[in-house]
Ligand binder design. Structure first.
Ligand code: ASP
Ligand code: MG
Length: 420
C-alpha cells in the first residue's frame, strides 16, 4: 500500500468524457489498495477565459477579485470528478482550498503556500475516501481566496504531497514524460527514465515547459518524488511508465556516468539588449541592473565587453521578450545615470541550453558545444553557465539546427528503430 497524490492538468480534465478517463485512473490506484488524493486543474482554456472576463470588466481589476473569478475553474472540475468517482462506486469528496485549508500569503494572483492542514485530509484518505482537491487556489489569513500564479496547480500537487508525506506525486499531463529535447524538433528524442531535481529546474527555467518551475523547486526542498506521465496512454502493468524526477541519490552512479548531457532546451522568448559606451567604472553595471530589478524584470544572460580605449564598454543582456518594452522604458528613463550612448535591441535571437549533472565530472562539455555550433557556422552571441548548464544565445533562424546538432553531439539520439 502506498500513499499517492495524482495531479491532472487541463487537457486531462477537458470535458466529461476525459474526466471519466481520469476517474478510471484514480479507481485503479484505489483498487490497488493505495490511499489517494487527487489535485485537478481547470478544463483547458477555462482559466484564460476567466482571465479575459476580468480584463474586460476593468483593465485595472482588483487582484483579490481576480482570484475569486479565476479560482472557480478548479472548483468546477473537482466537483465534477468527485461526482464521476461516486457514480463509479468510488468513495470520494472534494476539499476546496478554504476547507482544508491551504493557507497562502496575501499576494493575490501569485500567492505562495505557507501551510496545509492535513489532519482531516489524512483521516479521510485513511478511511478509504479519495480526496479531490482543486489546484491553483488557497486562502489568506483573512479567509480571502488566492491563486498561485498561472500553472500553479503543479505546485499545489507537490505541496499536498509534501504535507501528507506521499510516497509519490504522479503528474498526469498530455505528454508521457520528460524528453531529451522537444520531439517536435528532434523526432529521435528519447524519453528519460529519471532526471534529477536540479536538472529539471534548469530545463524548466530554460524553456522545457512540462512543469511549473516553482513546483520542481518545492519538490527538491521537500524531497517529493515526482513522476510525469500521460493520462491518455493505455494503462500498463508498469507502475512507473513515465519519467521520475528525484534526488541524485536515486540515480545510480553508473547511470549518471553514461550521459554527460541529460537534455537540451530551446527558449525562443528572450530578447537581447545592448547598451553601448557605458562608462567602465565601479557602479557602471549596477546602474543598469538596479533599475531593471526595481521594475521586476528578470535579466538572464549578461556579457560585458572589454573596455574601449575611451574607458567605456558595451553591455549585452537578455530579458523575457514580453518584458522588452518595459525594459526599454526603464533604461531610457535611467539613461543619464547609466550614461550609455545607444540602446539596441534584437528579438530575433534564441537561447539554446545543454543541461546535465554529468557535466560536473566531465571536462570539455562546453568546448564540444562551441565546436559543434562552429562547425555548422552558427555564431554564438553570448554565453551563460551554471554548474550543470551551458546556455548560448544565437540567431533565431538557427534554433532548430542547433538543437539537432547538439542532440547528436552528446549521443542523445535514440537508435533507429529496427522495424522501420
Ligand atoms: N488553471 C490554472 C492555469 O491555467 C492553473 C493550472 O492549470 O495549473 O494556469
Ligand atoms: Mg499545467
Amino acid at each position: 500500500m502506498a500513499r499517492i497524490v495524482m495531479k491532472f492538468g487541463g487537457t486531462s480534465m477537458a470535458g466529461i468524457e476525459r474526466i471519466r478517463n481520469v476517474a478510471a485512473l484514480v479507481q485503479r490506484e484505489v483498487n490497488a489498495g493505495n490511499e489517494v488524493a487527487v489535485v485537478v486543474s481547470a478544463m483547458a482554456g477555462e482559466t484564460d477565459r476567466l482571465v479575459n472576463f476580468c480584463r474586460e470588466a476593468s483593465s485595472l481589476y482588483d487582484p483579490a477579485e481576480y482570484d475569486v473569478v479565476v479560482a472557480s475553474g478548479e472548483q468546477v472540475t473537482s466537483g465534477l470528478l468527485a461526482i464521476t468517482l461516486q457514480a463509479m462506486g468510488v468513495n470520494a469528496r472534494s476539499w476546496l482550498g478554504w476547507q482544508l485549508p491551504i493557507r497562502t500569503t496575501d499576494r493575490h494572483a501569485s500567492a505562495r503556500i505557507e501551510t496545509i492542514d492535513t489532519d482531516k485530509l489524512i483521516a479521510a484518505m485513511q478511511s478509504g475516501q479519495v480526496a479531490v482537491i482543486p489546484g491553483f487556489q488557497g486562502m489568506t489569513e483573512e479567509s480571502r481566496i488566492t491563486t498561485l500564479g498561472r500553472g500553479g496547480s503543479d505546485t499545489s500537487a507537490v505541496a499536498v504531497a509534501a504535507a501528507v508525506k506521499a510516497d509519490r506525486c504522479d503528474i498526469y499531463t498530455d505528454v508521457d514524460g520528460v524528453y531529451t529535447t522537444d520531439p517536435r524538433i528532434v523526432p529521435r528524442a528519447r524519453k528519460l527514465q529519471k532526471v534529477t531535481y536540479e536538472e529539471m529546474l534548469e530545463l524548466a527555467s530554460v524553456g522545457a515547459k512540462v512543469l511549473q518551475t516553482r513546483s520542481v523547486g518545492l519538490a527538491m526542498k521537500e524531497g517529493v518524488r515526482i513522476q510525469v506521465l500521460s493520462s491518455f496512454d493505455a494503462p500498463t502493468d508498469n507502475e512507473l511508465p513515465g519519467t521520475l524526477i528525484v534526488g541524485d541519490d536515486e540515480i545510480e552512479d553508473n547511470e549518471m556516468e553514461r550521459q554527460r548531457i541529460t537534455g537540451i532546451a530551446l527558449d525562443r522568448n528572450e530578447a537581447k539588449i545592448t547598451l553601448t559606451d557605458v562608462p567602465d567604472k565601479p557602479g557602471g553595471v549596477a546602474s543598469i541592473f538596479g533599475p531593471l530589478a526595481d521594475s521586476n524584470i528578470n535579466v538572464d544572460v549578461i556579457v560585458q565587453n572589454i573596455a574601449h580605449e575611451t574607458g567605456s564598454t558595451d553591455v549585452t543582456f537578455t530579458v523575457p521578450g514580453a518584458e522588452l518594452a518595459r525594459a526599454i522604458d526603464t533604461l531610457e528613463k535611467s539613461k543619464d545615470t547609466i550614461g550609455y550612448a545607444e540602446l539596441k535591441h534584437d528579438t530575433k535571437i534564441c537561447k539554446v541550453s545543454i543541461v546535465g549533472v554529468g557535466m560536473r565530472s566531465h571536462p570539455g562539455v562546453a568546448a564540444a558545444m562551441f565546436q559543434a555550433l562552429a562547425d555548422r557556422g552558427i555564431n554564438i552571441q553570448a554565453i551563460a553557465t551554471s554548474e550543470i548548464k551551458v546556455s548560448v544565445l544565437i540567431q533565431e533562424e538557427y534554433a532548430e539546427l542547433a538543437v539537432r546538432v547538439l542532440h547528436t553531439t552528446y549521443g542523445l539520439d535514440a537508435p533507429e528503430s529496427v522495424e522501420a
